[in-house]
Design a protein around this ligand. Sequence first.
Ligand code: F6R
Length: 615
Amino acid sequence: MCGIVAYVGPRDAQPILLDALGRLEYRGYDSAGLAILNGKGVEVRKKSGRIEELAKACRSKPVNGKSGISHTRWATHGAPTDTNAHPHLDASGKLALVHNGVIENYLELKGQLTKSGHKFLSDTDTEILAHLLGDTFEASKEKGEKKLIDAVRKALTQVQGTLGIAVIHSDLPGLVVGARRGSPLVIGVGNGENFLASDSQALAPYTNRVVVLQDQEVVALHADRFDVASPLGQKADIRVEEIEGGAAASDKGAHPHFMLKEIFEQAETVRSAFRGRLDPDEATAKLGGLNLSTEELREVERIFVLGCGTALHAGMVGKYLIETLAKIPVDTQHASEFRYGDSPVHEKTLFFAVSQSGETADTLGALREAKRRGFRCLGICNNVSSTIARESDGGVYMHAGPEIGVAATKSFTSQVVIFTLLSLLLGRLHSLSAAHGREILNALDRLPEHIHSLLKQSEKIRAIAHKYAQAHSMLFLGRLANFPIALEGALKMKEVTYVHAEGYPSAELKHGVIALIDKETPTVLIATHDGVYDKNLGSLQEIKARGGPVLAVAHEGDTKIAGMADAVFSVPRTHELIQPILNVIPLQLFSYHTAVALGRDVDKPRNLAKSVTVE
Ligand code: F6R
């Protein structure tokens, strides 16, 4: 949430900041701004709206200078206006700050600063921090760059909450100071130039060498060097990492939107999730990153899965898989609920924190809480340099490549593949037969081919989406492992189309939801052949009897459903436990095409941001 980029080097800062900021727009896109040291002082441009608005302002009145900071915002305090956009200045106008996070005690600090004569222009918590930093800077007895570093360190001791910040001061040209507490920040290491960004992808065209700043660290960034200090001011250990992917990975290619590109990537991304992890000889999976011995895995008596939104839905499919194959009871909980609740947890419980970004504040908070209570907590993440990946005791990477579309798609199917591997591994340590294990392995192996064939239906799904795009509300129903798929279908629909949608277990229909059925309210019913197929047919009849249109996810060639439903999303048939991975794909396409039909901004839906780094 919110993206930060800073630059120090021999080149003009403005085009670099604008370009890199563009790759962070998924983190927030209600306003943007930059501040550059122009040789005389700090020059600021900021605009409400997308980064393109800022770029226009900069094109008509460029800012020249070789070091600067920039920000794309997802509003927390104060509406998305020009004034509330970052950067914010201190009282002297010489210090500029960009901030990602939330200052929890900002009202108290504002009161103190107001008493000592400070006046504020914006409604943001960030401006309070800028003024506090300015005062601390003036009061510091240090000289040169140390003065700004000292100010940052001291100001941070007075601030509660999360932050990733970048600061410049007109007395110190060629210096950017950054600090991190909670919100991610990476240093991009260039040749004779250095960068700071919320996410390494932002820097892909400039450098693939990054240093991930650890919590509480402060960095002083110059063109030719950077110094990272621990909270106590000692020089910190630095590990330069090479990142994969490069600029092309965050390019839309021939697709009109990232969401569609990422839906279409799934044949490959599911393969990456299981590549090198299948063990056909033993009919099991190999997951070395769990950092658990066979004995330790055997001792696991319960599993607890934490996540938010789509990641939690994947965990809910995971529950079904693990309980079915390994017979280990699984709890799933919204990370935000677990974090502040006090539900008792069985002592032999293994935790999983599931997160594409690896930076979701609620999931990170829940992981820390589970670890604080003494439990081993593993991560299932896509972003390998993320905080959750680093703080967990081990885990499994998704290897899905960058997911830029705000609506999660490919990360979901990768997460479910990983839960399948996990349930296979655990199952084979208990009573799952090799024959059954092999059926699962074979189904996984054929998944990419099935996804390829399913994606060919995109145009057919587009026609269905156009027909139902004007609906005000939709229902998504499924049973057992397809219940979380119904939840996920409804979430995708809400996010990218703003059409109200609810996901339910099909049988819940008659316990109240059926009151919503009328001829204007389409129901998407997941009814592939499985143990509850006939029950789903019953639900279909009940909806039709009340005049509701039914769009069914059904197996190719299912003439029974084709004869009853108003439209069919046909999916190839696979193993019943792998089927949910295929069933979700038409729902992703249905939401995507409905959003396009309604003229929505598919990759940047209103009010959302990709990586939710605030509570
Ligand atoms: C839905 C969506 C969100 C995320 C949720 C968790 O399309 O994108 O619901 O799934 O914010 O994000 P991660 O997986 O990054 O922790």
